[in-house]
Design a binder for this molecule. Structure first.
Ligand SMILES: C[S@@+](CC[C@H](N)C(=O)[O-])C[C@H]1O[C@@H](n2cnc3c(N)ncnc32)[C@H](O)[C@@H]1O
Length: 322
C-alpha cells in the first residue's frame, strides 16, 4: 500500500468514527456573531491551526478548500460570502465528503443564515484539482500538504497556484519541524498520514511555495504542536514539532526574489524625522515598519547605527512594505 493509500484509509476511518485527538490544535474555535459550529464539526477538527483570517475574506471572494475534514472551516469561510457555490470543497475520500455533507445539514439547523448549497463539494485529488485555472480568490488547506512527499507536494502547490487568480492567496496551516527526522519516521506511512512525520523546516516549506512562483509569503503564526519521544516513536532523540499558519500570495515574483514576511520590523531612531532608503522604504522616526526578510537584509547591509531590527516574530498580520 502506498503512503497515499494509507492516508485515504486513515481518513476514511476518521470520517466514519470521529477521532477528537487525531490532530492537535490549540486554536480557539472561531464562533463569530451568529455563527454556531456544530459539535460534530468540532470533534472532526483535524487541522493544526486556522486558515480563516477575516482580512482575506472581504468582497465575496470565490473560495476553494482542499481536504474538507468535518467541514468546520468551510462553514467559517461561507460565513463571509453566503452565496451558492461560494466555497468549493475538494476531498479524495468519499466517506469524508459524505460526513461533511451531513455536518453541513446540521450546520443549517443551527445557523439561520447558512444553506448547504453555499458549499459545493467535489471529489478530487489535491494533485489534480477539479477546478478551472485562475478562478479562485482564496484557496486553503489545513494539515494536508505536510503529509505529501516532495514530488507530490510540488504538484499540490502547483495546482493551487494554477487555480488562483492573479493576486489570489493560498492560506495554509501545517506542522513544521526544524530537527532532522530519521528514515524510520519519514517512511512510516501511518505517522505521515497522522501529520506527524512529514513536516519540513519552515525555510524548506517556504521555498516550496516560492519555487512554485508565489511572490509574497506571510508567516502569520508559529505554535507548539507535538512531541515525538523515544518511548513512543522510532526516534533516539526527542523531536519537537510546531505548526505554522502561512499565506502564499500569487503576486508576480519580484526581480530580486520573493518577499517573505516573518514578522520582522525596522525602527529608525536617528536625528531626522524619517529615513528614506530611496528604494521604497520610508521609516518614520520611532515607528516600527514591518519589512520582509529581503528588505531587512538590504537595510542591515547599509550598516547604519540608527536603525533597530527586530527578530522574526513569526506573527505577521499585514502592513509594512517590501
Ligand atoms: C488532516 S485532515 C484535515 C481536515 C481539515 N482540513 C481540517 O482542518 O479539519 C486531511 C484531509 O485531507 C483529505 N485528503 C487526504 N488526501 C487527500 C488528497 N490527496 N487530496 C484531497 N484531499 C485529501 C482527508 O480526507 C482529510 O479530509
Amino acid at each position: 500500500m502506498s503512503y497515499l493509500e494509507a492516508t485515504n484509509t486513515l481518513y476514511k476511518e476518521a470520517a466514519l468514527t470521529p477521532d477528537v485527538g487525531l490532530c492537535c490544535t490549540t486554536n480557539p474555535i472561531w464562533e463569530l456573531p451568529g455563527l454556531k459550529i456544530p459539535r460534530i464539526m468540532q470533534e472532526m477538527n483535524y487541522g493544526c491551526g486556522s486558515t480563516v483570517h477575516a482580512r482575506d475574506l472581504t468582497n465575496n471572494p470565490k473560495m476553494l478548500y482542499v481536504g474538507v475534514g468535518g467541514g468546520m472551516e468551510l462553514l467559517q469561510f461561507s460565513y463571509f460570502n453566503r452565496q451558492k457555490g461560494g466555497v468549493i470543497g475538494v476531498d479524495v475520500v468519499d466517506e469524508m465528503l459524505e460526513a461533511s455533507r451531513k455536518n453541513f445539514k446540521e450546520a443549517e439547523e443551527q445557523n439561520d443564515w447558512f444553506k448547504s448549497e453555499f458549499v459545493e463539494l467535489k471529489k478530487g485529488d489535491a494533485m489534480n484539482l477539479p477546478v478551472e485555472d485562475n478562478s479562485i480568490d482564496v484557496a486553503a488547506q489545513n494539515c494536508l500538504f505536510n503529509i505529501f512527499k516532495a514530488d507530490d507536494l510540488k504538484k499540490a502547490i502547483a495546482e493551487m497556484y494554477r487555480v488562483l487568480k492573479p493576486h489570489g492567496r493560498l492560506v495554509m496551516s501545517d506542522p513544521t519541524c526544524e530537527q532532522p527526522m530519521n528514515d524510520a519516521l519519514r517512511n512510516d506511512d501511518r505517522l505521515r498520514a497522522l501529520c506527524l512525520s512529514g513536516s519540513l523546516p519552515i525555510a524548506e516549506y517556504v521555498k516550496a511555495l516560492t519555487d512554485a512562483g508565489f511572490g509574497t509569503i506571510e508567516i502569520r503564526a508559529r505554535k507548539p504542536y507535538r512531541i515525538l519521544d523515544p518511548k513512543n516513536y522510532p526516534t533516539d532523540e526527542l523531536i519537537y514539532i510546531e505548526s505554522i499558519e502561512v499565506a502564499a500570495i500569487k503576486d508576480p515574483m519580484p526581480a530580486d526574489g520573493p518577499c517573505v514576511f516573518t514578522g520582522k520590523a525596522a525602527i529608525y531612531y536617528g536625528d531626522e524625522d524619517y529615513f528614506d532608503d530611496k528604494a521604497g522604504h520610508v521609516l518614520l522616526k520611532n515607528q516600527p515598519l514591518a519589512i520582509c526578510d529581503k528588505t531587512a537584509g538590504a537595510l542591515q547591509a547599509l550598516g547604519r547605527d540608527d536603525i533597530y531590527f527586530s527578530e522574526s516574530t513569526f506573527h505577521y498580520d499585514g502592513g509594512g512594505c517590501c
